[in-house]
Ligand binder design. Structure first.
Ligand code: NAD
Length: 257
């Protein structure tokens, strides 16, 4: 493992345009469950509730959906060592962007700038109207639920309100997809952290990068289907692995040329 960590640190040092691609696994050390690990969100919630079709059709599914949002939003999760390492990559001028499938906003909290973050699956900080696309904060909607509105609708047009995240079956945000594809095509090093790489089209980004000539690194606690396409695979915990990598990047940067 130490050898692989040194190798990735060397790759970062030699790269000009690093893209980091994160999934739920980058946030489990902050206390947020991923979907598929034992004890993950799918062991407590029905994945079908997270399809746009079910959300639109079923009032009870919408209520369960708001319950999960409340669980996530009120917990006050904090960034961990992996988020901090990614923020450091931006501070030292290596990062072209962090493409995240996560909706938890922890890359913002860790210090990555808005301009460097591409949220492919939206954010749980906001809610949106499915009819007129009006935006409001999720906290505002939860407040209305507390006041007795069990199934809140848009006050402007009467449409359904939903967390501003991309549900299964819902269209991907065009601007973010374009930006993610562009960054993936143009990077020289693409690092996946904490993603099972099974949710498409997000999971096509590492393949786009690799096809365009980038070096591909995968850091994940368990094997992924794309391990065989990667130049380096590290099976370990995102926080400790990224911390060790950045220590070596710093050491190499301040050492003799
Ligand atoms: P996933 O649950 O499919 O995969 C997460 C992967 O991370 C797994 O392979 C797991 O083994 C690995 N992992 C877990 N903890 C880890 C750790 N500490 N270090 C390294 N690896 C670790 O999640 P995914 O690939 O992101 O895709 C599923 C969807 O999950 C995404 O669309 C995302 O929107 C959504 N999601 C987001 C959050 C969040 O915002 N934090 C939480 C749950 C799910």
């Amino acid at each position: 493992m130490d050898e692989l960590i040194g190798k990735v640190a060397g790759m970062i040092r030699e790269s000009q345009r690093v893209v980091v691609f994160t999934g739920a696994g980058v946030s489990t050390e902050s206390g947020i469950s991923d979907f598929r690990s034992p004890g993950g969100i799918w062991s407590r919630y029905d994945p079908e509730d997270f399809t746009i079709q079910r959300f639109v059709a079923d009032r009870e599914a919408r209520k369960r959906n708001w319950r999960l949002r409340r669980e996530l939003v009120t917990a006050n999760y904090q960034p961990n060592a992996a988020h901090r390492a990614i923020a450091e990559l931006e501070r030292i001028g290596k990062l072209s962007c962090v493409i995240t499938q996560n909706i938890d906003g922890l890359h913002h909290t860790a210090g990555n700038t808005e301009a460097a973050i591409v949220e492919l699956h939206g954010t749980m900080k906001d809610a949106k109207c499915l009819s007129c696309d009006d935006r409001l904060s999720l906290i505002q909607v939860l407040g209305r639920i507390d006041q007795g509105e069990e199934d809140p609708h848009c006050r402007k047009c009467g449409g359904l309100l939903k967390a501003a995240t991309v549900s299964f079956g819902e269209a991907m945000p065009e601007r973010e997809m374009r930006r993610a594809e562009e960054c993936s095509r143009e990077c020289d090093l693409f690092i996946v952290i904490g993603s099972s790489l099974v949710v498409f089209p997000a999971a096509s980004m590492p393949l786009i990068a690799k096809r365009a000539g980038a070096t591909l690194v995968i850091i994940n606690s368990t094997p992924t289907d794309m391990d065989s396409a990667a130049d380096v695979v590290i099976h370990g915990m995102a926080g400790s692995v990224m911390e060790a990598i950045m220590e070596q990047v710093r050491g190499q940067r301040s050492g003799p040329a």
